[in-house]
Design a protein around this ligand. Structure first.
Ligand code: BMA
Length: 309
């Protein structure tokens, strides 16, 4: 598909080097790689990759780049499901979908711990991107897509998450004094009947602070007779009270169209997992494609705010 054609269809532009990372780039035997949020370091952009091993469960590996585009992957995984201690029984089916937020200079990772009771949200932190210290399990089962806001809101830490509720799942906000104990939960947005996000939604990218509000890139799922289609869309939330929706985009900003998004372990998936914004507003958005590769799309923050709604 030509870029000209794409420009008419999606607000985001695909990087011509896509897919940026595939299983061929992984230096150890594994099944697939997808959904890697970026971490801006002194040494360039790193990605904390979700890798699914051939046994079937997921863990994390580290990809490093100078330019945010061309990555090399560390020889060994950096975080595996816990084998002992209080997390072990909740991670027997793997650890999935890490999301990274820097708060006061500390790199936090919220991830999904998957065990026999279902998925629950867990929190870890890292100083060197290689060693990860687990802090706490911060939800009961039936919850995923947890992401921390990058700063406190009205004196408390805040997070987005997706308790599954009545089977469809909405995006919620919760607050905490210490990152461990969470409460005052409020629903923000729910699936919209008849829309591209009519089946399930979840937060995808660490909320981006703008003058207009918190910009959140979320994923929405439409269920079809051929299975789900995962797309990315926008919602803008009040800076002081993120449960207040300022506006929500009608249309997605990225939909599966290319073969590498259509075909894979789970076809028809564009699953955004993080963004890097340069000082001039240029953005790189990292997304998992068809649960089979990591891809990159670009745009500017202004474009998202002006054309995405
Ligand atoms: C979600 C997560 C994502 C995945 C998506 C599509 O529930 O597990 O990691 O990309 O499904 O399979």
């Amino acid at each position: 598909m030509s870029n000209h054609k794409q420009a008419q269809l999606d607000l985001l532009r695909r990087w011509e080097g896509n897919p940026a990372i595939t299983i061929d780039d992984i230096p150890f035997r594994a099944n697939t790689v997808f959904n890697g949020p970026p971490i801006v370091t002194d040494d360039g952009v790193y990605l904390l990759l979700r890798v699914e091993g051939q046994h079937g469960y997921s863990f994390f590996a580290l990809a490093r780049s100078k330019d945010g585009l061309n990555f090399t992957i560390d020889e060994k995984p950096v975080m595996l499901p816990a084998k002992e201690g209080p997390f072990a029984k909740y991670e027997t089916k793997g650890i999935e979908d890490p999301r990274v937020t820097i708060i006061d200079g500390i790199c936090y990772v919220v991830y999904t711990a998957v065990g026999p009771c279902g998925p629950r949200i867990a929190l870890a932190k890292t100083e060197d991107y290689i060693n990860y210290e687990r802090i706490a399990l911060i939800s009961e089962p039936g919850n995923k897509d947890g992401i921390l806001f990058p700063k406190k809101i009205r004196g408390r830490y805040a997070r987005l998450d997706r308790p599954i509720g009545i089977g469809k799942g909405s995006i919620w906000v919760s607050y905490s004094p210490d990152l461990i104990n969470w409460g005052d939960s409020e629903v923000i947005i729910s699936p919209r009947g008849g829309y591209w996000d009519d089946y399930r939604i979840g937060a995808s990218v660490t909320p981006i602070e703008t003058e207009q509000g918190w910009l959140e890139i979320y994923h929405g799922v439409k269920m079809t007779s051929a299975g789900p289609i995962y797309r990315a869309g926008l919602v803008l939330l009040d800076l002081e009270d993120p449960a207040k929706v300022i506006k929500r985009g009608d249309s997605p900003i990225l939909s599966p169209r290319e073969d590498y998004e259509r075909i894979g372990d789970i076809g028809n998936v564009c699953f955004a997992c993080g963004a890097v914004i340069d000082d001039d507003g240029n953005m790189k958005i990292y997304y998992g494609a068809a649960d089979t590769s990591i891809c990159i799309a670009t745009c500017t923050l202004n474009q998202l705010l002006e054309e995405g709604f």
